[in-house]
Ligand binder design. Structure first.
Ligand code: GAR
Length: 218
């Protein structure tokens, strides 16, 4: 069985969507462990409710990133892991850690990368005044939100939006694309060619464009 570790720091709603998709057999994978750097992350409760092993590795307990990651590695060594899924995990991973899992660490970011990387993707996009935003799942490389893009979902920014309503609209799409991407991996369909991610055997997307506001003159 394709085995994943999910790293969280907070609510874990993306974790929940992955759990639900596995239980509904949309995704052929198992969650070997949920790792949280925050002891109070609600995602830990979600995992426990589904009998999924959890590990709390509180970064405050470690003097250096290397020591923190050493503790994470010792948890991961207990079971074979095919893919590490960062789902609201708010710590940067060092190049040393990433080298141990080549092309096997992915992240979800709540903006259309490469625009609006960092910790406030939704607010940064909203405050800029973009007409569309969305979410991105990408490979994790040594930069901040810079790795090859695997999948994106686009949502409009509506005239009455505030940051919270935009966040919610984006999050609903995060919950759809994360399970889908994990299933692409489980099916062995993801590869990187010239820094571009190819999903083999997929349906072509339908050829259309969105505008916001809508075009009225044609
Ligand atoms: C999600 O919106 C995720 O995209 C974001 O944190 C939220 C976690 O929600 N991640 C980042 O901003 C990473 N830079 P969740 O804990 O409910 O899944």
């Amino acid at each position: 069985m394709f085995s994943i570790a999910v790293f969280i720091s907070g609510s874990g709603s993306n974790l929940q969507s992955i759990i639900d998709s596995i239980e509904a057999r949309r995704v052929s994978a198992q969650i070997a462990v949920v790792v949280s750097n925050e002891p109070d992350a609600y995602g830990l409760v979600r995992a426990a409710k589904h009998g999924i092993p959890t590990a709390v590795i509180n970064h405050h307990d470690y003097a250096t990133r290397q020591e923190f990651e050493g503790a994470v590695l010792s948890v991961l060594q207990e079971t074979p892991i095919d893919l590490i899924c960062l789902a609201g995990f708010m710590r940067l991973l060092t190049p040393d850690f990433l080298r141990r899992f080549p092309q096997r660490v992915i992240n979800i970011h709540p903006a259309l990368l490469p625009s609006f990387p960092g910790t406030h993707g939704q607010a940064d996009a909203f405050n800029y005044g973009v007409k569309f935003s969305g979410c991105t799942i990408h490979f994790v490389d040594e930069g901040v939100d810079t790795g090859p893009i695997i999948m994106q979902a686009v949502v409009p920014v509506l005239p009455d939006d505030d940051v919270e309503s935009l966040k919610a609209r984006i999050l609903a799409q995060e919950h759809k694309i994360y399970p889908q991407v994990i299933q692409f991996f489980a099916e062995g369909r993801v590869k990187i060619v010239d820094k571009k991610v190819i999903i083999s055997g997929g349906k072509p997307i339908e050829g259309f464009a969105y505008t916001s506001p809508p075009i009225e003159i044609f």
